[in-house]
Design a protein around this ligand. Structure first.
Ligand SMILES: NC(=O)c1ccc[n+]([C@@H]2O[C@H](COP(=O)([O-])OP(=O)(O)OC[C@H]3O[C@@H](n4cnc5c(N)ncnc54)[C@H](OP(=O)(O)O)[C@@H]3O)[C@@H](O)[C@H]2O)c1
Length: 246
């Protein structure tokens, strides 16, 4: 049962062998692939049953990551509620250190690691240092934080597993850079039309280059269909290449 036992310890195995956290992307979307309306309203796309399932996911991850766009739109606490379990550490991508003390991830007392650019304004950083927030400064490439470097640094801080909860810009970056291990998509029975897309530009123009999965499954959770699948590694097991089917 080698496969099954590896599966049970997938997060720990990855972290102990690579130093990088196991990365799980979780998306809640409408039938037409939207994660929010055009005004940024996403509460709630899914029903209570699906949201409960998300709380069960959160409690087994060391950390949960979101981008600044989601902090500004939703002001989430990312805690575990409705089920028993510990709260994960919050990881926030905020390259210009714009998130102030008004947001829950900064002021509710739980641990947060705010990832920001090496050139972030010292004033913003200093202001947050007096809260429960730890600052992690990484390089920036093309106005975006270097996620590979961030994952290495999180691994050093014993964050062995990471649940990425959005929004669309963040999902797109993780998918584009192949920095994920597993994906869960809750598909809810509603259509939003023009709105925030779950995944943006990936630079894929030919279908064989599209992202495909291994060990994929669909199951019903409340009123949603939950798709889950793992990233297929390239033949030589190397990360960092877009997977191509032959
Ligand atoms: N249904 C769902 O599953 C779900 C989940 C979460 C959010 N949402 C919705 O999604 C919307 C927010 O999504 P969004 O796309 O606007 O924002 P987002 O993905 O939450 O955050 C994107 C921001 O993160 C920062 N960032 C820094 N480095 C980055 C990198 N390497 N890759 C990506 N982002 C990086 C950038 O802002 P800085 O310049 O500040 O660094 C960027 O603009 C909201 O309406 C929210 O309600 C829906």
């Amino acid at each position: 049962m080698e496969k099954e036992s590896k599966e049970l310890n997938a997060g720990y195995n990855k972290w102990i062998s690579t130093g990088l956290p196991y990365v799980h992307l979780k998306i809640a979307q409408s039938l037409d692939g939207r994660i929010a309306t055009k005004t940024g309203n996403s509460k709630w796309i899914t029903d209570k049953t699906a949201r409960m399932e998300v709380h069960r996911m959160r409690r087994i991850y060391d950390a949960v990551l979101i981008g600044s766009g989601t902090v500004f739109a939703d002001d989430p606490s990312l805690s575990v509620r409705s089920v028993a379990g510990r709260d994960p550490v919050r990881i926030i991508l905020d390259s210009r250190c714009r998130i102030g003390r008004d947001y829950k991830v900064v002021n509710d007392g739980n641990r947060t690691i705010l990832v920001t650019g090496k050139n972030s304004k010292p004033a913003g950083v200093r202001d947050l240092l007096t809260t429960n927030v730890e600052i992690l400064q990484v390089e920036e490439t093309g106005n975006r934080l270097d996620l590979k470097q961030m994952l290495r640094e999180l691994g050093k801080r014993e964050i062995g597993s990471l649940l990425v909860e959005g929004g669309g810009t963040v999902f797109t970056s993780f998918l584009k850079l192949n920095l994920w291990d597993t994906l869960s998509v809750f598909i809810a029975p509603l259509i939003i039309g023009k709105g925030k897309e779950a995944v943006g530009e990936l630079g894929i123009s030919s279908l064989p280059d599209s992202i495909r999965f291994v060990d994929s499954s669909f199951r019903q959770v409340g009123n949603q269909i939950l798709f889950e699948g793992k990233r297929k590694k390239s033949k030589d097991g190397e990360d960092g290449n877009v997977y191509r089917i032959n």
